[in-house]
Design a protein around this ligand. Sequence first.
Ligand code: FAD
Length: 478
Amino acid sequence: MNSILTDFYKVAVENELIAALGRDKVSTSFIDRKVYSSDELVEWTCPSPDGDCDPPIADFVVWPDTAQDVVETIKIANRHRVPVIPMCGAAQNRGSILPLHGGIIIDVKSLHRIIALDTENHTVTVQAGVICNELEAFLNTQGYTMNHLPQSQHISGIGGFLSARSAGVVSTKYGKITEMVLGMEVVLPNGDIMRTKPVPNSAAGPNFNYLFMGAEGTLGVITEATFKIHLLPEARMFRSYLFPDYPAAVNAVRLIMRRGVMPAAIRISDELETQVFHKHKGSLMIAMFDGFEELCALEAKEAAGIAASLNAQDLGEKPALEWWEKKRFSVAFPSSEHPAFALPIPGFVRVNGCIDSAGSFDYLVAVQRKLRTLMGKLNMFVVSHSSHFYHTGGMIYPRFIGQLMRGPGLPAAYTEIWKQGILLSHELGGTINHHHGIGLTLARYMNLELGNEGMENFRKIKRAMDPNNIMNPGKLGL
Ligand SMILES: Cc1cc2nc3c(=O)[nH]c(=O)nc-3n(C[C@H](O)[C@H](O)[C@H](O)COP(=O)(O)OP(=O)(O)OC[C@H]3O[C@@H](n4cnc5c(N)ncnc54)[C@H](O)[C@@H]3O)c2cc1C
């Protein structure tokens, strides 16, 4: 798919971008445009029947220094009806930054300043391109943490995390990034700058932060944000329990949450994950408590009482500590000792995907069981864990894995697996996505999530804010 810009317009837009931003903030080089035009992990699937077409490629890459650079870029884009795609770490892995119609990729990582640390009022203000790990490292040197610790914290940035409503591993206690942000600065699709107040809370009308979080770049470019921060915990305590099966482990989490105990992280592996990753039979729960020593000890004691009342086996701190120290950033698959992970047979390719969703405690049990059966019929194995718990339920991360025959039918077969999984999550009452977001991959299912009325209102908002449809067109089902 090629750019919709004529060569004449490309030169006009390039000249205007260079005049507004300066030569070294604008690139038209093929290498830059190619590198910036793909997700880290999403492979381009050509929609034509013969499979013979090029992936989409941007016309320009720009590296803004300031919100004003973003304003200038968007004004030029609007004048010439050129698409604008904000990109941060490119790790959302949903095709969300593919420049479907060409246009300008704004690499927000060049907005990488930490603007202010306010230790009296427990906030930090940063530009939106700061990589999460760098922010966390800076805060740690000052004795603080943001407590946003996703597995991808080394590659993804603040703007991407906000735009895709991400969740880190200690979200059970500290919330998703949506609960951490106080105020934001956003460049709107018409080039105006809008700011929300960085106050602890408010009742003055709607909370506009929520308009931009989850919009995945379709309603503007987030350029700055202020977040809550916390003192680094004095202590961390690790506990591990083995339950007979996944429903029993889910029940334990339900009772822990009901008791008001708040582990920073709690993660349960289903039976297959417990077997292949942890070499146990049953369903493993690992928990991490943080804060001051007495608080950790009390919460760990309460959780232990609940686990014992459900006849769980106490495995001590080792599995939980090992996960925290070694495995929480790992995405490795185990070697081929289980058929799910066997090497592909000739003529087949290994495929996998993750249908992360969220719902009530009942939902978690139902979807884990039914997805396993459904995927079994499609010759896929499902390995699941649940984490990111709430008072009313939690997230489930089912990874399907298996082999599909090479050939022209492969993309359709792969899409069908996703479709069936998403439909099941929806029919059982869950959200179709908990934290990876929608992008292109799940765009066709947005009607399920928002309903026809919700989707229509979303389109109206988009049309009102972005009448020329320049902001990340083609994503989120818009
Ligand atoms: C190995 C791995 C592990 C992961 N682990 C987690 C995890 O633990 N938790 C989790 O939540 N996610 C996880 N992810 C997914 C990914 O990190 C998140 O989706 C993250 O929110 C994407 O941020 P990014 O900086 O990579 O954004 P990008 O991929 O660059 O962009 C994502 C979307 O946001 C838009 N966007 C980016 N910046 C801006 C901005 N400043 N203003 C407006 N729109 C913008 C883009 O246009 C795009 O639509 C993981 C991904 C990988 C590859």
